[in-house]
Structures are given as C-alpha cells and as structure tokens.
Design a protein around this ligand. Sequence first.
Ligand code: ADE
Length: 249
Amino acid sequence: MSKIGIIGGSGLDDPDLLLDARDVEMGTPYGKPSALLKEGTIAGREVVLLARHGREHTIPPTFVNYRANIKALKDAGCTRILATTACGSLRQEIDRGHLVILDQFIDFTRRRQVSFFDEFEPHCAVHTAMADPFDADMRGLLNEACDRLGLAHHKSGTVITIEGSRFSTRAESNMFRMWGADVINMSVAPECILANEAGIPYAAVAMSTDYDCWKTDEAPVTWEEILEVFKGNVEKVTSLLVEAIKELD
Ligand code: ADE
C-alpha cells in the first residue's frame, strides 16, 4: 500500500487531519526540510504531512528547501505526493474558493534549485521528462472526489509559479494570461520538478483566493485577502484530500 506525502501550503500548514500523529525529525544531504514531518493515518492510509513554509509560516517561497522537502518525503517512504497551494486566478471563470486540479506548469522562478543533480556521474547525464508533470491517476482521483463532494472545481489548469515574494505587476499578470496560464502561485513548479526527478508521482490542488491584479474592476491582491479567503474555504481542501486518499491503493 502506498504512503502518501502531503505538502501543505499557505493556510494548510498544520491541520488536525491525521490520526495517531507523531512528529519525525529528518535530515537530508540537502539540509533540513521546512518542518518536522507529521506521520499518521487518514482513512486508514499512512500519510506524512509537511508544512511547506514551516509550521509558523516563517519560510518565504524563495527560501523553502524544496530539495530537502522532497528527499525527506522520499526517505520517509512516500510513494506519492499530494500538494496543496493557494493561487491567484488569471481567468474570470476561476472564482475565489474554486479548486483547480493542475495539469501543467510554467516555471517563472529565478533563484531556486530545481534539480538534485549539481554534478553528473561521468557519462551519466540526467534530463528528466517534464511534458506531463502532474500524475494523471491522482488527478483523476482528485477530480472524481471533487465531483462526489460537489466542490466547485476545474479539472485541469496551468499554473505559473513566480519567484515572489512580491506579487506581480499588472503588465506581468496580463503577460501570464497571454501565455496561457490559468492560475498563479509561488511554489508548485520547483516542487513538481523535483518530485518528478525523484520518481515520485505528484499532484497538486490549487485553491483560488484572488484575481491577482489583471482585473481593472477590483483592487489588486493582498496577502491579507489570500489568508482570509483560504481560511474561509480550507475545509474544502481538507475534505477533498480525505475523500481522494480513501480511493488510493
Ligand atoms: N498565491 C495566491 N495568490 C497569488 C497571487 N496572486 N500571486 C502569486 N501567488 C499567489
């Protein structure tokens, strides 16, 4: 049976989701992960929860040690990773509180380490396929679970991950829309890249909290808005995780 790593994003940093939870400290050759791992069960399945930005949200997106996070989950025995993230919407039809089951990313980060390989073994270069980076089986389970729970959701979507920690300018936001991005965040791309490199199937559910700043008829996004909308809708994400995990082998 698979062990599921859950990477909790902003607003889902330390939920009371797990039964028989215990903290586990892990080190990796890349340094320490963002927080202690919380191991326990959901619906009888073994899960390991990791707060992406630390349990007190002290780690900005640029400084999250994504390599240590993925390696720690791998070393803890996780065979799949489910990630959650808040995101801004770049499309009118993706309203606040909607969930998006991501199927593509555009990596617009600049200062992250997005490979485990700082050096190749002689004549052993590694270039990981990334055409379809989100796991199709887990995406299917998440979409079916959204249908069963009646959650407003979008069955696919392209996320653009920006460096942050600042939000985008209007020019950038409009450019990202033209590029075909549907939602925007600051964390998923590096994590997804590294999970693929590590050979761990990865899927992510993004909760839309704002319309970034491309709309002319409303005020630009603020961090306070993101937190408020995420907190008001977080039970959708937790109920979705539980419902989807029930169906995992
Ligand atoms: N996370 C949530 N909303 C966001 C936005 N508008 N830009 C970047 N990251 C976000």
